[in-house]
Design a protein around this ligand. Structure first.
Ligand code: ASP
Length: 418
């Protein structure tokens, strides 16, 4: 059996959904499980809606109307007015109406997951209905009954044995009846609340299903020809890798290569399942294959940009040296506020760390840190990681940039820049 994952860009409008069905048609002889993300930039819009709701900002209604309009415009192009999909979509969106009618719960991450998850619940309804309309026999399942997580909202930790049991008990039977369409990015807790697996987590969903079912491969369909050495939005003359090893792919995603979610590779590596990254506009092209003993040919350095970083510098309020005890306290606070550390440096009197910026979590972190430390920070920075670099090439990359922190190892250089 094959697992396919279609990301937001591949379902961003009616034409792309029609294209998705034609890609699926090419593989209809196989047992197919399809994982779908929210359409286009819906997750970002739902994040804004969540924030406006929690802030008590009336703009939430405008944001919600725009999200609904965007989806209805798409389904109007794909279906007749009488189609059931209009009810299904309305019934899914109404869950947001119920949430925002009430006073916000005090756990932001909990509210976030209950609202943001609607993006995937709606997109999969639409894709499933369209596949059926296109003559492909397809069934919609609610992933929250299969991928079980703890209740770490926004970063659900998968409970593997329970998940495997649920998936193996039900999915093979369904696959014999037809295609199975489900939501990426979501999980469910034992109290039936929704969790999310971290931004861009749909790849991880595909990998969870593939590893539990022993799939032949996972294909993630992209708007790029495969895994490139740099983001074509920011760099010219990028090259595509034909093959990569699991470990190189893990390194790249760890540093922030957004082409694949960082948690995706490990379950596939353990089960020796290849991951194919292919262009949804040219489905017969080979794309990139990530597999055991994949050849890594670094004809050019790999450049990874991670935006929205904050560089925090700490020094002890009593001007003492930064000791192991301080570091242990600091890391306790990072773990307690789910801060993601991307790079760090220690000197005698200060400790500097580059982390992903999430406003609500960052405020909590600052509150905790400022009790014992003097804290300075800069927001809006970018972390550049270059793997397999050459010196002349680095000079070009650094030109004109203010570098706030830099670190070099044999294979990798990282710098935080403004
Ligand atoms: N829709 C979610 C996001 O945009 C998950 C995904 O697309 O993988 O982060």
């Amino acid at each position: 059996m094959l697992v396919f994952k279609f990301g937001g860009a591949s379902v961003k409008d009616a034409d792309n959904i029609i294209n998705l069905a034609s890609v699926v048609k090419l593989y209809q002889e196989n047992e197919l499980l399809i994982v779908v993300s929210a359409m286009g930039k819906t997750t970002n819009a739902l994040e804004k809606l969540t924030k406006a709701y929690v802030d008590g900002d009336d703009e939430m209604h405008t944001i919600f109307d725009e999200i609904k309009k965007y989806h209805y415009d798409i389904i109007e192009q794909l279906f007749d007015k009488q189609d059931n999909i209009f009810n299904d979509v309305a019934n899914t969106f109404v869950e947001i109406d119920w949430i925002i009618e009430e006073e916000p719960h005090d756990d932001y991450d909990f509210i976030y997951d209950q609202i943001v998850s609607i993006g995937e619940l709606v997109s999969t309804r639409i894709v499933n209905a369209y596949l059926n309309k296109a003559g492909l026999k397809s069934q919609w399942i609610d992933v929250r009954g299969y991928i079980h997580t703890d209740n770490t909202y926004r970063e659900g930790v998968v409970q593997w044995s329970k998940t495997k049991e649920s998936i193996k008990a039900a999915i093979p039977v369904l696959l014999q009846k037809g295609i199975v369409v489900t939501q990426g990015f979501l999980g469910g807790t034992s109290e039936n609340f929704t969790t999310t697996l971290g931004r861009e987590g749909s790849d991880y969903t595909a990998s969870i299903f593939a590893s539990c079912l022993g799939a032949e491969s996972v294909t993630t369909w992209k708007d790029v020809p495969g895994v490139l050495n740099a983001d074509p939005k920011f760099f010219k003359d990028t090259i595509k890798f034909d093959e990569l090893s699991y470990s190189e792919a893990i390194e790249m995603t760890y540093y922030g290569a957004t082409v694949i979610h960082p948690k995706t590779i490990k379950p596939l590596q353990n089960a020796k399942i290849p991951l194919l990254v292919k262009p949804f506009t040219n489905p017969t092209e080979p794309g990139t294959v990530i597999k055991e003993n994949g050849r890594n040919q670094f004809l050019k350095p790999v450049i990874i940009l991670k935006h929205n970083q904050v560089l925090v510098s700490l020094s002890a309020k009593d001007y003492s040296f930064i000791s192991e005890n301080h570091l242990s306290d600091i890391f306790g606070m990072f773990a307690g506020t789910q801060a993601k550390v991307n790079m760090m440096q220690t000197s005698a009197l200060s400790f500097s760390v580059c982390i992903d910026f999430y406003e609500v979590r960052f405020k909590k972190l600052l509150k905790a840190l400022t009790q014992d430390f003097n804290v300075k920070y800069n927001e809006g920075l970018t972390l550049i990681t270059v793997r397999h670099y050459s010196t002349d090439w680095l000079n070009d990359l650094k030109a004109g940039k203010t570098i706030l922190m830099e670190q070099l190892s044999r294979n990798t250089i990282q710098m935080v820049v403004r």
